[in-house]
Design a protein around this ligand. Structure first.
Ligand code: ADP
Ligand code: MG
Length: 615
C-alpha cells in the first residue's frame, strides 16, 4: 500500500488558517488597520460597503512595500516583524505571525496598490483565492491601499454565518474604536456606503475619545496616572455621577493594544463601590504600559485576552490607581480608605530584577471628616434620587395597568374585594411583609410564600407589553418637552435595528441627526421621569439578553423593557403597593416565572417550618 499522507496544497492550508484569523468583515478591518499602524501610517481611511460583505478598502500613508515584498506579504508566515524566536519577547507591533494577508487572500478577491516613499513607481497586485492574477508596476501614491472584495465568496458556509449588516457594521465600528482610542496621533476615518461615520483628526487622546463617543463624555472623565516598577497606568476614569445605564465605554489597552480582562474590570469596578447608582457603569479608558517580556504573547492574534505575570499585583495597582483618581476628586467615601494598606504589595521578584515597592499616589490632603466629605455624600445621594424616581414611576405604573384587566384586577383597596375568590396559590390576602427591600413575604395555605419584587414586576410588565405589541392601538403618552439624546454609534445602530419593535411598544422615537435621537412619547403605562435613561437601560438589557432567533426579537424587546422599567431592589414599598403587586402578579398568565425564565416566587412549606421548631 502506498503512503497516504500528503501536504495540503497552499490554497487549502490558507483557507483553513483563514478560518482562525478571519471570522467576519470586522476581523479584516482589524488586521488591515493594524498593519497600517505597524507601517507607521499617520492617516488611515477605511471605506466599507454593505457592512464589509461587498468591499473593505483601507488606505494608509505608511511605509509601503517594495515589489517583491508586496508579493511576499501574501505568503503564510511572511512577516517583516520578527526574524527569530527571541524577538517574540520584545514584540510591540500589532501583528507578527504573518498570517493575516495570506488568510484574507485565501477567501476573497484582493487588490493592492503600494509604493514606498523612496520609489518612483509602485506595485499593483491582484490575488483571487490565493491565486495571483496580476502583478505589475503601477503609479500609486505613497503608502498602501488594499481592497478586499466579496469576502468568503468561496466559503459559502462562512458567508451564511454572517449576521445582519447592522450587526456586522457594529462589530466593525467596535474594532475601529479599539484601534483609534490608543492611537490618537493617527488620523482615522470610517465611511460606510459613502456615509462618513468617523472622521477623526490626529489630536489629544481626550479629543479622540470625544470624537468617538460624543462630546458629552468629556466632562465625565478625569485623568489618571500611576507608575510602578512593573507597569505604568494612565488614562481616564469616569466620574460616578456620569455613569451610564449602558456598558460599552469601558476599555483596557496594554501597550496600545485593546484587551479584555474581566478580572481587571472588577478591580476598577470595586474602586467605584458604593459610589454608583444601581445598574450604572462608569466609563473608563485605561492604558497599561508593561515590558512585553512580562506578558504572554503566545496567544492567538485574534484573541483579546492577554496573560500577565503578577496579575494579583496589577489588580491591586489598578484598583488603587482608580481610587486615587476618584480620591483626588473627592468622590471616595471614607470607608474605602480603610483599605489603603492593600496597595502595599509585596511583588514576586523576577530573577535578576531589583524590586521596588509600587508607588501609589493618593491625595494626602483628603480627610473624610472634612467638608469635602459632603461631596461624596452628595454623589451617594444621587443614587437615592433615582430610587425616588423609581418609586414615583412605580406609582404611575398603576394608572395604565388598572384599566388593563378590569375583569381580573381591582383598583378598589377594600379588603373585601373578591379578586382571589379562587386564588391560584391560596393567597389569603392583606398580610404582605417586605424583607430586605427585595422580597415580599405572605402567608398562603401551604406555608410561607416569598416573592421576588423585581421579577414580579417584570412579569407583570412583560405581559402588559406583549399585549400592547399585539394590539392595534398602541397607547403612547406624548411628552410635553421632547428630549433629545445622543448614543454612541454602536448603541445608535442597535436602537435603529429594534426601533420598529420599540415603536410597537408605544415609544415615539425618531432619528435626529447622527447618533442623536428625539423622544416624543413613551408607552402609556410608563410615565417615566427620564425617558432617555429608560431607553438607555432598555438597550443595555437588550444587549445582555441572550441572542434569540429573529422571530423572538419582539419578545426580547418586551423583556428588556420590562426589566429596564421594573422597580429595582432596595426600594421600600407601601403596604398598598405590595398588595397591589401581588394582585397584579396573580392576574398574570404565568406568575411563576420572570420573562427570562427565572423564578418569581417560592413557597416554604409549612411542614418545613414545623420541622424547624422540632415539631
Ligand atoms: P504580520 O502583520 O503578522 O507581519 P501580515 O500578513 O498582516 O502579517 O502582513 C505581512 C507583512 O506585510 C507585514 O509583516 C508587513 O511587512 C507587510 N505589510 C502588510 N500590510 C502593510 C501595509 N499596510 N504597509 C506596509 N507593509 C505592510
Ligand atoms: Mg498584520
Amino acid at each position: 500500500m502506498s503512503d497516504i499522507i500528503r501536504l495540503l496544497p497552499d490554497s487549502v492550508a490558507n483557507q483553513i488558517a483563514a478560518g482562525e484569523v478571519i471570522q467576519r468583515p470586522a476581523s479584516v478591518v482589524k488586521e488591515l488597520v493594524e498593519n497600517a499602524l505597524d507601517a507607521g501610517a499617520t492617516d488611515i481611511v477605511v471605506h466599507i460597503k454593505d457592512a464589509g460583505k461587498t468591499l473593505i478598502q483601507i488606505t494608509d500613508n505608511g511605509c509601503g512595500m517594495s515589489p517583491s515584498d508586496a508579493r511576499m506579504a501574501f505568503e503564510r508566515h511572511a512577516t517583516s516583524k520578527i526574524s527569530s524566536a527571541n524577538d517574540l519577547f520584545a514584540i510591540r507591533t500589532m501583528g507578527f505571525r504573518g498570517e493575516a494577508l495570506a488568510s484574507v487572500a485565501a477567501i476573497a478577491d484582493v487588490e493592492m496598490r503600494t509604493k514606498r516613499h523612496e520609489d518612483e513607481t509602485g506595485t499593483y497586485l491582484h490575488i483571487n483565492a490565493t491565486r495571483i492574477i496580476t502583478q505589475e508596476p503601477a503609479a500609486c501614491s505613497n503608502g498602501t491601499t488594499i481592497q478586499v472584495k466579496n469576502l468568503f465568496f468561496n466559503v459559502p458556509a462562512r458567508r451564511k454565518f454572517l449576521k445582519t449588516d447592522a450587526t456586522e457594521l457594529k462589530l466593525i465600528i467596535s474594532e475601529i474604536q479599539r484601534v483609534a482610542i490608543p492611537n490618537p496621533e493617527v488620523a482615522i476615518s470610517l465611511f460606510h456606503n459613502g456615509t462618513s461615520l468617523y472622521e477623526l483628526p490626529a489630536g489629544h487622546p481626550r479629543k479622540r475619545i470625544a470624537g468617538l463617543f460624543g462630546k458629552s463624555i468629556n466632562q465625565a472623565l478625569v485623568p489618571m496616572e500611576t507608575s510602578t516598577s512593573i507597569l505604568s497606568v494612565s488614562g481616564y476614569a469616569g466620574l460616578p455621577k456620569y455613569a451610564r445605564k449602558t456598558m460599552g465605554e469601558q476599555f483596557f489597552f496594554v501597550n496600545r493594544r485593546y484587551m479584555r480582562h474581566p478580572w481587571f474590570h472588577k478591580a476598577v469596578m470595586q474602586a467605584y463601590e458604593k459610589l454608583l447608582p444601581q445598574d450604572a457603569f462608569p466609563s473608563y479608558f485605561i492604558f497599561l504600559e508593561i515590558d512585553p517580556a512580562n506578558i504572554d504573547i503566545n496567544v492567538h492574534p485574534t484573541k483579546t485576552e492577554i496573560k500577565f505575570e503578577s496579575e494579583t499585583a496589577i489588580w491591586q495597582i489598578l484598583n488603587a490607581a482608580v481610587r486615587e483618581t476618584l480620591g483626588k476628586h473627592n468622590v471616595v467615601p471614607s470607608i474605602d480608605f480603610d483599605q489603603e494598606g492593600s496597595v502595599d504589595i509585596p511583588l514576586p521578584p523576577r530573577p535578576g530584577q531589583t524590586v521596588t515597592t509600587p508607588f501609589i499616589e493618593f491625595n494626602p490632603a483628603y480627610n473624610p471628616f472634612s467638608e469635602s466629605h459632603g461631596q461624596s455624600a452628595g454623589s451617594r445621594s444621587s443614587g437615592n434620587v433615582s430610587q425616588g424616581q423609581n418609586l414615583r414611576h412605580w406609582e404611575s405604573l398603576y394608572t395604565g395597568m388598572e384599566n388593563a384587566r378590569p375583569d381580573t384586577v381591582s383598583v378598589d383597596r377594600n379588603p373585601e374585594r373578591g379578586i382571589f375568590t379562587d386564588p391560584p396559590l391560596g393567597y389569603s390576602g392583606k398580610k404582605v411583609l417586605q424583607l430586605k427591600q427585595k422580597y415580599l413575604i405572605l402567608p398562603v395555605k401551604s406555608g410561607m410564600m416569598l416573592i421576588d419584587q423585581k421579577r414580579a414586576q417584570e412579569r407583570i410588565l412583560f405581559e402588559k407589553f406583549m399585549e400592547i405589541m399585539a394590539s392595534e392601538r398602541v397607547p403612547t403618552q406624548q411628552i410635553l418637552f421632547p428630549h433629545t439624546f445622543e448614543l454612541n454609534p454602536l448603541d445608535a445602530a442597535l436602537l435603529m435595528e429594534i426601533l420598529p419593535d420599540v415603536t410597537a411598544l408605544g415609544f415615539d422615537i425618531r432619528e435626529f441627526g447622527k447618533d442623536t435621537f428625539i423622544i416624543n412619547g413613551v408607552p402609556g403605562v410608563l410615565a417615566s421621569s427620564s425617558p432617555a435613561d429608560l431607553v438607555e437601560k432598555l438597550l443595555e438589557e437588550f444587549k445582555n439578553s441572550p441572542l434569540e432567533a429573529k422571530s423572538r426579537v419582539r419578545e426580547q424587546v418586551a423583556t428588556s423593557l420590562a426589566k429596564a422599567s421594573a422597580l429595582s431592589y432596595g426600594v421600600d414599598l407601601q403596604p398598598e403597593e405590595m398588595d397591589h403587586l401581588v394582585d397584579q402578579l396573580f392576574a398574570c398568565k404565568s406568575p411563576n416565572f420572570a420573562p427570562d425564565g427565572k423564578p418569581v416566587l417560592t413557597i416554604v412549606p409549612i411542614g418545613d417550618i414545623e420541622k424547624m421548631f422540632g415539631r
